[in-house]
Design a protein around this ligand. Structure first.
Ligand SMILES: Cc1cc2nc3c(=O)[nH]c(=O)nc-3n(C[C@H](O)[C@H](O)[C@H](O)COP(=O)(O)O)c2cc1C
Length: 315
């Protein structure tokens, strides 16, 4: 009995984290076909582009999938939400902003709402507003991050005590040990981003995947702290350039112009590591392989089961 799995209509308790402008139809469908919840990352895409990906994903899978909208990033929140209703998408994930105004209408249409939060306070607020699932994202995670800096290990049990809806843990999870730990801390599943970039199906440049599989424990860095725009990225030449600009005293406006989705595309899709950043989480240094999503999920589930069994012998 796993409420998260039942609610989402999936088989394995793994959610693909929204990855704006990156997670396309083949990757989303691969996650859903492997039993998890695939997620299209709306990012800053035009509504027409999102619609095309929805149509293509529906051709590639008959399993449920979600759309993520990073509220403070997407210029087309209302338009993407209309597509959710039009195409009867079963689940929406809302992040990087206040989800409360959008939840009632989604619930009217029977859509499951996942809210991504970084504190117990935000979790309680999201549950009160009608969220069905809380993704609790720690400071280890890739991408836009909370300036609260609470790590996943500390965050999950606090949120588990604060809400009654199922929780998925995000940030720093890439294998079965991570899934087992998340379950032990009170989550019902996990959300992964970085691990899914280093898969065969991820539609990113090889240079991005290689930067993850060769990263060591100093492989990621927070940029944007000086301007209040916290983002965890892989330590590439472009990240070093951003840090240098911050050391010189960059304005928020200039920082934003250097970290647009366009800059992300240069790095992620075109592999121009001097010209664009790469979102990446601390768990990168654990990742050394580029499996298919199916192989990855099979290994994670197998390992989580054996780790949970092993742990019972330790106490
Ligand atoms: C390439 C990339 C892009 C991301 N873009 C988004 C996004 O658009 N919206 C969002 O809510 N989270 C975004 N994230 C965060 C993921 O959804 C996920 O919560 C996070 O990666 C989990 O931590 P992990 O990287 O340690 O697995 C992104 C992560 C990556 C790796």
């Amino acid at each position: 009995m796993n409420k998260l799995v039942d609610l989402l209509g999936i088989r394995v308790p793994i959610i693909q984290g929204g990855m704006g402008n990156i997670s396309n139809a083949p990757l989303t469908a691969a996650v859903s076909n492997a039993g998890g919840l695939g997620t299209i990352g709306a990012g800053t895409m035009l509504p027409d582009e999102v619609e095309e990906i929805i149509k293509e994903t529906k051709k590639l899978t008959n399993k449920p999938f979600a759309i993520n909208i990073a509220l403070s990033v997407s210029p087309y929140v209302k338009e993407v939400l209309s597509l959710v209703v039009k195409y009867k998408i079963s689940t929406v994930s809302l992040s990087a902003g206040n989800p409360s105004p959008y939840i009632p209408k989604l619930k009217e249409h029977g859509v499951n709402v996942i809210c991504v939060v970084a504190s117990p306070k935000q979790a309680v607020k999201a549950e009160k507003a009608g969220a069905d699932i809380i993704v609790a994202e720690g400071y280890e995670a890739a991408g836009i991050n909370s300036n609260l800096e609470t790590t996943t290990f500390a965050l999950i049990p606090q949120i588990a005590e604060s809400v009654t809806v199922p929780i998925a843990a995000a940030g720093g999870i890439a294998d079965g040990k991570g899934l087992a730990a998340a379950l032990a801390l009170g989550a019902s599943g996990v959300q992964m981003g970085t691990r899914l970039i280093a898969t065969k199906e991820a539609p990113v440049h090889e240079a991005y995947k290689n930067t993850i599989v060769t990263a060591d424990d100093k492989g990621t860095v927070i940029v944007g702290r000086t301007v209040g725009r916290v983002r965890r990225v892989l330590r590439t030449p472009y990240a070093e350039y951003l840090l240098q600009k911050e050391a010189e005293g960059i304005s928020l406006e200039e920082f934003n112009s250097l970290t647009t989705e366009n800059q992300h595309k240069f790095g992620a899709l075109e592999g121009k590591l001097q010209e664009g950043f790469l979102n990446g989480g601390q768990i990168s240094s654990l990742i050394t392989t580029i499996p298919s999503v199916k192989e990855l999920f099979e290994n994670i589930i197998h390992e989580a089961k054996s780790e949970l069994q092993r742990a019972t012998h330790l106490i």
